[in-house]
Ligand binder design. Structure first.
Ligand code: CA
Length: 736
């Protein structure tokens, strides 16, 4: 079982004191009483009356604008600059000397949970956010810890998140570090000390599974943050807060709510006309903005990348048809007011979990002889969009991976032409891209000189099938505390195993020309699920991968120039920065919320670390011991076939999002086939009693009883037995 890090940072006692004193002050104001402070407030606690004037992390619009010329070694925002091109001007490491790269420092954060975040580097300080939103300030040249902050996210929040207790990053702005927590809080920390300055709750309804995994963005005096949860059933929105005070500036909902209630803003009235029939507001509607929010200084605009429908299936969500705005769209809003300027919908009437939340890159680009200010995105649906950001006009939409759901995008109408051959309302269909997308949140890097985007892509088709309940009754009801995707999820493994030859997933690193649609080069990866990339002016492309390797490739052809082993799968983006004349290459390791069989994490476990390389580095990364992945003898299998079938369905509806489809998990989230007899003996206490709540394994007593819990355990035993028999047969064959 995975272990949660919980070491107290230097700031925790400070935070407790701040919260206690603020609470006391509120009491005094409310009741005017002059009582002695409660015992937990130490009289000597040094708490300033007002937040200290910022002394570190002094990032603002002017500094970000100059970073390309004045500070080539800094990484000031999520995508390095507001344009989020993730292209580094640094050239100290080049094609001739890349082979001399070596480890200079690393820090182990002591958690097995996956890491997807982009660290920032400001004035020689690395700000990094880890699982459970534990935040660190490190000396970027040595790794020395300057401060850490633990927002103490409750363990049960993990069950409300589809895909792990991760965060993709943070923001540094005007002396503050902005941390958005899995349980929906936005917290401003003093960048110099990590002490909280203000905290707000961004969640409009705590009965729904709202979580935040995306990085907040800060600009124009505000902090912008969205959320996730569309797989469980929520309504998406983005909120802007005053960066200094935390006061709400505006909120933009992405889908209409209950039609019996007033529209929150005029855009909702317009959007509501594109939703027809059904009771989408009860399930939530979806449209969560869980990753990409980009500020455009050229137009003082904020672009919101909007997610999939909730539920996924449009016939359930909006049976009368309609585009279902603003699902799977890029929405441009005014940075000061949140009023919409334009939108472009990538997947009208989304039916496949085709989020348009993937990273957006801004650039000036000559298109058909005209210089344009463009926005580029490779959303899940497999088309690479080039959009004029002055008005949202579609300029290009070439496929960048295998696409079967649509034949093409019609540039005249701006709409995709769906392929009716793979409609799944009658029969299950393998569809490209699958729900993981042809590209997901993994960072891209834009090479403006060449007009090429480097990105990691994957052909991971998914078997879409209508839910059995809906097929039988014509009704699909939201289920409290469970995923509500509106496709058949309980029988997903049965459907896949019934297929003769299920398609195998593949992963690539590619250089893609968004104007011509040409793949300039592509490197096939060993595993489909790899980390984000960064290119440099020296013609290098850095990337971490599922096999645990950090690589430098030539941007000419993808040829490999250098590689180091970290023995832990990498899904986070690599960055490069400079401190005191030395160029560093840094990546965060740790993966494991999806099946990583065959990847480094499966063999060695998941180790959340930041690893930092430079020319001539000679530090050594400890190689973890190999995990024991033999399946042990299981407790007795006593369940009837019917009970095993029920256990299979419940496992896939409730457990598979973390522990893996078919009980094939990873080194990060435990693979239940490897449970020891001791853990089997406490299975009910874990699942119903919540004994591992602090690790993120919350109680499921609200949706499971003792009998169903036993059925799930029996199903897991049956899966383990099957693989154990195969292993033993394989061993016998080897011996024979
Ligand atoms: Ca989704």
């Amino acid at each position: 079982m995975h272990v949660r890090t919980g070491q107290a940072g230097v700031s925790r006692s400070g935070m407790v004191a701040v919260v206690a004193v603020v609470a006391l002050a509120v009491l005094l104001v409310l009741f005017g009483r002059q009582e002695a402070p409660p015992e937990e407030v130490r009289p000597d606690a040094a708490v300033p009356a007002a937040p200290p004037a910022p002394t570190a992390g002094m990032v603002d619009e002017a500094r970000v604008a100059r970073v390309g010329t004045d500070e080539p070694g800094a990484w000031l925002t999520y995508g390095r600059t507001y344009e989020e091109q993730r292209f580094s001007p640094l050239t100290q490491v080049n094609r001739e000397n890349a082979g001399d790269l070596g480890l200079v420092w690393y820090k182990d954060f002591g958690t097995l949970h996956p890491v997807e975040s982009t660290p920032l580097v400001v004035d020689g300080v690395m700000y990094a956010i880890l699982p459970w939103n534990i935040t660190y300030a490190l000396d970027a040249a040595t790794g020395e810890e300057l401060w850490s902050y633990d927002p103490e996210v409750p363990g049960e929040t993990a069950r409300r998140a589809c895909c792990g207790v991760i965060s993709r990053g943070l923001a540094v702005y005007r002396g503050r570090v902005y941390v958005a927590t899995l349980d929906g809080r936005l917290i401003a920390l003093d960048a110099a000390t990590g002490t909280p300055v203000w905290e707000v709750d961004t969640v409009i309804d705590h009965t729904r599974n709202y979580t935040i995994t995306g990085a907040p963005r800060a600009a124009a005096g505000k902090v912008f943050i969205g959320n996730g949860g569309a797989e469980f059933g929520v309504r998406g929105y983005v909120t802007a807060y005053d960066a200094d005070t935390g006061e709400q500036a505006w909120r933009f909902f992405t889908v209409p709510g209950d039609p019996s209630l007033p529209f929150e803003h005029p855009e909702m009235e317009m959007a509501a006309e594109t939703w027809k029939g059904g009771e989408w507001w009860d399930i939530g509607g979806g449209g969560t903005v869980w990753n990409s929010i980009v500020y455009d200084p050229d137009f003082h605009t904020v672009y919101l990348g909007v997610g999939n429908g909730s539920p996924w299936t449009r016939v359930i969500r909006s049976p009368g048809g309609g585009d279902n705005l603003f699902l799977a769209a890029i929405v441009a809003v005014d940075a000061d007011t949140g009023v919409m300027k334009w939108y472009y919908q990538t997947t009208p009437g989304d039916n496949w979990d085709y989020t348009a939340v993937q990273d957006m890159t801004l650039a000036d680009l000559e298109v058909d002889g005209v210089m344009r200010k463009v926005l580029m995105q490779a959303p899940k649906n497999g088309f690479f969009y080039v959009i004029d950001r002055s008005d949202g006009t579609l300029l290009r939409a070439h496929p960048y991976g295998t696409v079967t759901w649509a034949t093409h995008v019609d540039l005249d109408t701006g709409r995709p032409v769906e392929n009716t051959d793979v409609a799944y309302d009658e029969n299950p269909q393998w569809i490209h891209p699958g729900a993981l997308g042809a590209h997901n949140w993994q960072a891209m890097s834009w090479d403006g000189e060449r007009g090429v985007m480097y990105l990691t892509t994957h052909d991971t088709p998914f078997l879409f099938a209508m839910p059995e309940e809906y097929e039988k009754t014509g009704v699909y009801k939201r289920r409290e505390g469970m995923i509500n995707v509106g496709i058949e999820y309980g029988r997903i493994n049965q459907l896949i195993e019934a297929w003769d030859e299920p398609p195998l997933p593949e992963g690539y690193t590619v250089a893609f020309d968004p104007l011509s649609g040409d793949t300039v080069w592509a490197v096939r990866q060993e595993h489909p699920w790899n980390g984000g990339v960064v290119a440099t002016a020296a013609g290098l492309l850095f990337q971490g991968d599922a096999m645990g390797k950090v690589s430098a490739r030539s941007t000419d052809d993808g040829s490999l120039l250098w590689q180091a082993d970290t023995w832990t799968s990498i899904v986070g983006p690599t960055i490069t920065y400079e401190v005191d004349g030395t160029q560093y290459v840094a990546t965060m390791t740790g993966a494991g919320s999806i099946n990583t069989t065959g990847a480094a994490t499966y063999t060695y476990g998941s180790h959340a670390r930041v690893v930092v390389y430079a020319l001539g580095g000679d530090a050594e990364l400890p190689m973890p011991p190999e995990r024991d992945t033999t399946i042990k003898e299981q407790p007795p299998l006593t369940a009837s076939a019917d009970d095993l079938d029920r256990g299979d369905i419940l496992y896939h509806e409730l457990c598979s999002p973390c522990h893996g489809i078919g009980v094939l998990s990873s080194g990060g989230i435990p693979d239940l086939r490897f449970m020891t007899p001791e853990i089997h003996a406490t299975f009910e206490a874990i699942v119903l009693g919540g004994t591992l709540n602090d690790n993120g394994m919350a109680s499921f007593a609200d949706v499971l009883d003792v009998e169903d819990t036993a059925r799930i355990q029996q199903y897991v035993i049956s899966r383990a037995n099957r693989d154990r028999e195969q292993e033993l047969a394989g061993d016998a064959e080897d011996a024979g």
